[in-house]
Design a protein around this ligand. Sequence first.
Ligand code: CA
Length: 228
Amino acid sequence: MSMKIYLVEDEKSLNILLEKYLQREGYEVTTFSTGNSAIARIKDMPDLWILDIMLPDIDGYEIIKAIKNNNKNTPVIFMSARNEELDRVVGLELGSDDYLSKPFLPRELIIRTNKLLERIYDIDKNINLQANVDLAIAGYNISKKQRTVFLGSEEIILTNKEFELLNYFIENKNNLVSREQILDTVWGDDYFGSDRVVDDTIRRIRKKLDKFTIDTIYGYGYKLVYKA
Ligand code: CA
């Protein structure tokens, strides 16, 4: 899933150019050429707004205010051709997160966009993409994001703990994991019940997902055996 950017720029050629650059970078871009059409879409909550200040109908500051009123954490980069220090200060005071004075190289907007999104959403683009990729293992398709497991077109319904335990096994595939490690990771330090809960959950996973081989290592724990 790519990040959504809303771009507001009334200068047609620049609008098209920036859209192309952002799309090439993998972003999903929606463009606007007027302020009011942009304001009407604030509730869509894109991941980032890129705004021109000088627009034909309203000024970009009004849009920044409206965006930040809706959700002060929505990041905004704004652009101004007037190249006045005042623009920069007003924009930053209104809560915008970065500023570009025109003219600028499209590449500069891309660099600032990537940096800002990484900072705000605390993500590395590559890691984020990987997290969204479905994992195919032992014939199952597992989506960490959707928390689903499919065998072909059939969904296998797991409880929360079953899913987390399966995940933990996959992360440690072919390694021994002790009951205590499983309890600490999946149930947490504050779990005071019996460690029999681990055995019970594993019994259910074995039953539901019989293509996985989970060996019992007596007196120690378990191992998910997997050959790629
Ligand atoms: Ca303009």
